[in-house]
Design a binder for this molecule. Structure first.
Ligand code: ATP
Ligand code: MG
Length: 251
């Protein structure tokens, strides 16, 4: 397995935000993570990406324990993520936000940092522009990130995450704030990334997007994993229907 959690847990006060969760994500898979508001999805991702400390259990990448590593160390090992509440450098250009994402992976490269900016990193700049093209933001490269519409900021977050050349890309509600044609393009982008061998973990309230993109889906409720399987299996699960009272969300 490329990415695993074993009995991963985190409490806040008395709340079991993530409660003994086992996940196993195979290399090259698109893995969906769904669950009602407050189910623990973002907390689980924060534990995996090193943005929160676990109080129990472990995270493994390629079989090696990475539970205590800092976010930048996990980035260097190939885990990249976007944030539910977009975290961009709003005063930097769209282009520079992507370059910063690339730097996150290469920060230990001292020589690169010592080379004067102008002569540096043409391949990086070309690659950054290529990523902006992929997410449909090439023409906005010179705009300030803070000036972008919300859906565009979400796409820029994906380009920034991709700039670190991840093996695993974790997306926390990437379609939030996107219109149907934007989320359709997002679906195409995710398919293309998987075809290139990137493993995706997708958190989404748009269950149709998850079911249409992911081969495997896990469902959280009150911090516990209540179901896991193919989209069809998860749809058929009584526990899932109950968690989503009304059940229309997963129908
Ligand atoms: N930093 C924090 N301090 C205290 N409680 C927290 C913190 N982060 C999350 N929680 C609590 O942990 C639980 C899980 O929250 P989390 O944000 O992980 O859920 P989620 O599944 O991502 O929800 P949503 O779909 O609304 O994004 C909730 O009860 C939440 O209030
Ligand atoms: Mg969340």
């Amino acid at each position: 397995m490329l990415l695993e959690t074993r009995q991963l847990s985190r409490t806040f006060g008395g709340v079991h935000a993530v409660d003994r969760v086992d996940l196993a994500v195979a290399a090259g898979q698109a893995f969906g993570l769904i669950g009602p508001n407050g189910a623990g999805k973002t907390t689980l991702i924060n534990l995996i990406s090193g943005h929160l400390r676990a109080d129990g259990g472990s995270v493994l990448l390629d079989g090696a324990t990475v539970t205590r590593l800092a976010p930048h160390e996990l980035t260097a090992r190939g885990i990249a993520r976007t944030f539910q509440g977009v975290r961009l450098f709003k005063g930097l250009t769209v282009f520079d936000n992507v370059l910063v994402g690339r730097h996150a992976r290469l920060r230990s490269d001292v020589v690169r940092r010592l080379v004067p900016r102008r002569s540096r990193a043409d391949p990086d700049r070309e690659r950054a522009m290529g990523l902006l093209e992929r997410v449909g933001l090439r023409r906005r490269a010179g705009a300030l990130a803070g000036e972008l519409a919300y859906g565009d900021q979400r796409r820029l977050e994906i380009a920034r995450a991709l700039a670190s050349e991840p093996r695993v890309l974790i997306l926390d509600e990437p379609a939030a704030g996107m219109n149907p044609s934007e989320s359709g393009r997002l679906r195409e982008l995710m398919r293309a990334l998987v075809a290139e061998g990137i493993t995706i973990v997708l958190i989404e309230h748009d269950v149709g997007l998850v079911m249409g993109t992911c081969e495997r889906v896990a469902v959280l409720n009150f911090g516990r994993k209540i179901a896991e399987g193919s989209p069809a299996e998860v749809r058929a699960s009584a526990a899932v229907r109950e968690a989503y009272l009304g059940a229309e969300d997963v129908a």
